[in-house]
Design a protein around this ligand. Structure first.
Ligand code: ADP
Ligand code: MG
Length: 210
């Protein structure tokens, strides 16, 4: 379990910032872990702000909600730059679903940390094809602390690192839940891709391979 390097140092001047990344597949507990860290910061009487991309309104317009229904109030933003102003008065900045932001989120996180803020970023490290997702690789590179969390493969019960898309869409972004995605281990993920391409071949469609 991640132990905060420093929690209750509100009187430290000047405050020192850093970046934490929580990454993994869908259902791996990223949001749960983000909420856990933010709640602990609040207990330490730190001023916390939470942001998410405005396009992610799956469960709630304002809350960040985990799959086990934990939630915390957040501010949806269109552009990462909005966080610079909105977070100016706080000690800790939480960002969920960071993979949906463009590359500018990396510089925004660096600026926030350089200004003394603890920045906790959660996001999918891979897309539904198993490819690195948007700004996540760069965020992991500039972070002081990276935690990879894992789901359970719904096929075989092994540790799962992949988000397998059950739905037919080939859009990179398809907001969805258990009806659209499954957490799968490497083996079952590859099996699923193979089945999909065999099905597509049988129906005469072309499929992009990994
Ligand atoms: P994430 O933000 O990574 O998508 P959440 O924090 O929202 O994940 O949800 C994690 C919770 O999802 C778990 O505590 C568990 O209750 C639930 N869950 C549903 N399917 C799975 C799965 N295949 N593996 C692990 N947890 C799962
Ligand atoms: Mg989540």
């Amino acid at each position: 379990m991640f132990i905060e390097p420093r929690v209750g140092n509100a009187r430290e001047t000047p405050r020192r910032g850093w970046i934490e990344v929580v990454c993994g597949s869908m259902f791996s507990g990223k949001t749960e872990e983000l909420i856990r860290r933010l709640n602990r910061a609040r207990i330490a009487r730190q001023h916390v702000e939470i942001f998410k991309p405005a396009l992610d309104t799956r469960y709630h317009e304002l809350d960040v909600v985990s799959h086990n229904a934990n939630s915390i109030r957040s501010t949806p933003v269109q552009l990462p730059e909005e966080m610079l102003l909105l977070a100016s008065g706080c000690d800790v900045v939480g960002i969920d679903e960071a993979q949906f932001f463009d590359a500018s989120v990396v510089d925004v996180c660096i600026q926030l940390a350089n200004h003394g803020k603890r920045v906790i970023v959660a996001g999918l490290d891979m897309d539904y094809m198993g490819k690195p997702f948007g700004p996540m690789p760069a965020l992991m590179a500039v972070a002081e602390y990276v935690t990879k969390v894992h789901a359970v493969c719904v096929r075989c019960g092994e540790i799962a690192s992949y988000s397998f898309r059950i739905a037919a869409s080939e859009d990179k972004i398809l907001l969805g839940e258990t009806d659209s995605y499954e957490a799968r281990c490497r083996h079952c993920f590859l099996e699923g891709l193979k089945d999909k391409s065999e099905e597509a071949e049988a129906s005469g469609a072309t499929v992009k391979h990994q």
